[in-house]
Design a protein around this ligand. Structure first.
Ligand code: HEM
Length: 216
């Protein structure tokens, strides 16, 4: 019974914190980049119209949304060092000797900001970099591991992705968002706070006005 409770608590902790943080990072990047916000809004308006809300079945058609979420998780991986691994045998990788039983951390935060992989605009929020690329979330592309890789990769990836995409799409589609008057988009504080999931140090504050014609 205790272990069942433990598994349930693990699942709740691993799902809630990460999904909430990912949604907040995505909206923060959209607030900092009004043109990207506008392009995303146009895509959703075109696919869904303005007289109903986005539904789960619309998500596969929202390709720009997919790029926006990828770009957010490239810059803001929720578990930047993944779950620690231990090497099972002595090995040499790229000239580095790693003895058996070494604790290994994979720094996905640094990989996501490596200019030799992502080119010189690595610090820019530029979803179009994923246009036409076959890099996906499943951990086969080692330059992009927001859900980890291999046997210990995130088992909640599909649920997590669906939650982020649906909530972000609905928030962008239903509302126009405005930062407080004294904050310019480029000045939005993006400082990170390390924890179970890496979150914003300060919560995003933005005010909505209704966008849809009719939500019934
Ligand atoms: C945006 C949402 C999420 C992100 C970014 C995320 C990310 C991650 C990452 C990076 C890992 C470590 C993988 C590795 O080291 O290879 C992980 C592990 C895990 N995640 Fe998620 N996750 C998310 C949502 C969820 C959801 C919705 C659930 C459950 C319903 C979940 C359950 C777990 C569990 C149980 C582990 C540990 C797996 C193990 O150690 O074998 N996650 N997640």
């Amino acid at each position: 019974m205790t272990s069942i409770k433990g598994v349930i608590v693990d699942m709740i902790a691993a799902s809630y914190e990460t999904s909430v943080a990912a949604i907040e990072w995505t909206l923060s990047e959209l607030m900092r980049h009004p043109k990207v916000m506008e392009s995303l809004r146009q895509e959703i308006d075109k696919v869904v119209g303005t007289n109903r809300m986005v539904e789960e079945s619309d998500l596969p058609k929202l390709t720009y949304l997919d790029m926006v979420v990828k770009e957010t998780l490239r810059l803001h991986p929720l578990a930047p060092l993944l779950v620690p691994r231990e090497s099972v045998e002595d090995i040499v990788i790229d000239g580095y000797y790693i003895p058996k039983k070494t604790r290994v951390f994979i720094n996905t935060w640094a990989i996501g900001r490596d200019p030799t992989i992502w080119s010189d605009n690595v610090e820019d929020f530029f979803p179009e970099r994923f246009d036409g690329s076959d890099i996906d979330f499943r951990g086969h592309d080692f330059q992009f591991l927001p859900f980890g890789s291999g046997r210990r990769a995130c088992p909640g990836m599909q649920l997590g992705l669906m939650t982020i995409r649906l909530v972000v799409a609905q928030l962008v589609h239903c509302f126009n968002w405005r930062l407080p008057d004294w904050i310019l988009p480029g000045d939005l504080d993006m400082t990170e706070k390390f924890g179970l999931a890496v979150r914003r140090t300060k919560h995003l504050v933005a005010s909505p006005t209704y966008h849809l014609v009719d939500s019934t």
